[in-house]
Ligand binder design. Structure first.
Ligand code: NAI
Length: 272
């Protein structure tokens, strides 16, 4: 399995930071041809340069996954450049923090457009190539995708939608060779909380949690890279991820209590 990724063509959305960047680096290290996709092209160009200096075959495409046209262009340009697509990692995402009673509805719409429709658009246009290549489509989701999360209502709704989409796609493809995998990291040190939207749609700007105490993005990347050759359906990470998965099934009311009290303790929590 060591050379599994050699010359495989992999697209990683949201590869300008955090989990996406760590995954793109690891794929390049393993010999994959990597397409970097995110909105910040200057940052992507720097990463492209860094990886090319290490001998990797990569290229960057400016992509806003909430735009269907951008996602279509991402897939077309990838195929024009590399002829095929073996792996699509739907990782781009944003978060939010506010209560539903206070939130401007545009925040929920943005979360759905990026986290859910971004995954749908990229998967739709990549699907014929992925099926031909007997490839893998991956969705990076969250614990908030299987249990409601107070103060993260738009995030949780978008990740629940993503779970429904990915598992339906997996079952639809029971008799094809398409591999569909959902990744559920626990809290991971990244920009996700700094770039989260608050009630009026502005950016939170700082993390309400101790990023240094979290799992590193490289751990998530490692688990993704291990899960693909094994064609896993689900990769569930960290104690809070595994614990929440157990509790949502067996003690859901206790998990409600836990989420409420845990998130209420964050500085400037919108509830107490
Ligand atoms: P991050 O903020 O460091 O990275 C998110 C990436 O998505 C960035 O490259 C960002 O530019 C990109 N992005 C955001 N909106 C985009 C758009 N419209 N078009 C294209 N790219 C866009 O955060 P992180 O943590 O690395 O997030 C990656 C994924 O992991 C997300 O889907 C997130 O929901 C998920 N996740 C993160 C957890 C965490 O604690 N960090 C926990 C569970 C899931």
């Amino acid at each position: 399995m060591n050379n599994y990724f050699e010359n495989k063509v992999a697209i990683v959305t949201g590869s300008s930071s955090g989990i996406g960047l760590a995954t793109a680096r690891l794929l390049a290290e393993r010999g994959a041809k990597v397409v970097l996709a995110a909105r910040n092209i200057e940052k992507l160009d720097e990463i492209e340069k860094e990886l090319k200096e290490k001998g990797a075959d990569v290229f960057a495409i400016k992509t806003d996954v909430s735009s269907e046209q951008d996602c279509r262009d991402l897939i077309e340009e990838t195929v024009n450049h590399f002829n095929t697509i073996d792996i699509l990692i739907n990782n781009a995402g944003i978060s939010m923090r506010a209560l539903f009673k206070d939130i401007d509805l545009k925040v929920i719409r943005t979360l759905m457009e990026v986290n859910f429709f971004g995954t749908v658009y990229c998967t739709k246009y990549a699907l014929p190539y992925l099926m031909k290549a007997k490839g893998s489509v991956i969705g990076v989701s969250s614990v908030a995708g299987f249990h409601g999360m107070p103060g993260r209502i738009g995030y949780s709704a978008s990740k629940h939608a993503m779970h429904g989409f990915m598992s339906s796609l997996r079952i639809e493809n029971r008799k094809t060779d398409l591999h569909v995998m959902l990744v559920i990291p626990g809290f991971t040190a990244s920009n996700i909380r700094r770039s989260a939207l608050v009630a009026d749609g502005s950016i939170q700007g700082e993390s309400p949690r101790k990023e240094g105490k979290m799992m590193m993005p490289e751990e998530v990347a490692n688990a993704i890279i291990k899960g693909i050759p094994k064609r896993k359906k689900k990769v569930l990470l960290s104690i809070e991820g595994k614990g929440s998965s157990f509790l949502t099934k067996w003690c859901p009311s206790y998990l409600d209590w836990l989420f409420y009290h845990h998130l209420a303790k964050e500085p400037n929590s919108p509830f107490e």
